[in-house]
Design a binder for this molecule. Structure first.
Ligand code: ZN
Length: 137
């Protein structure tokens, strides 16, 4: 049911401060920067071979990313699993007793359809299901 690790989400205080490490030191190509209003984050995607890194900067104090950084500091926030037919995957997971944060997919960065699983169901890891409907990459 899982195609690949689509990306790893990393919470940062500031894209401006965090990006040079990725672009200048690791030399990863910066794919794009966009603001996702619904999640109150500014997002930068970097290509890291087969997968991507998603840096998430909060744009508001009540952003879930701002709260995450306040509690745990900057660092890995979630792992995104690339899937097909995300609605069916959600139903399957729920049938297996997995708690979902999102019972239905919503729009994430780059127009992807995403849904988060509750980390209580996955040993503390926040997993995102991610489907690129009609989008490349
Ligand atoms: Zn993500």
């Amino acid at each position: 049911m899982i195609k690949k690790v689509d990306h790893i989400g990393i919470a940062v205080n500031s894209l401006e401060n965090a990006l040079p490490f990725y672009t200048d030191v690791l030399k990863l190509p910066l794919l794009k920067i966009e603001i996702v209003e619904s999640q109150k984050v500014k997002v930068a995607f970097l290509q890291a071979g087969e997968t991507k890194l998603e840096l998430l900067e909060p744009t508001s104090e009540d952003s879930t990313i701002a709260k995450f950084i306040e509690k745990r500091g900057e660092g890995i926030h979630h792992v995104a699993l690339g899937v097909a037919s995300i609605e069916e995957r959600i139903i399957e997971l729920k049938e297996k007793g997995i708690r979902m944060i999102d019972d239905a997919p919503r729009l994430g960065a780059g127009g992807a359809h995403i849904a988060f699983m509750h980390p209580k169901s996955s040993s503390g890891v926040l997993y995102e299901l991610c489907e690129k409907k009609g989008l490349k990459g």
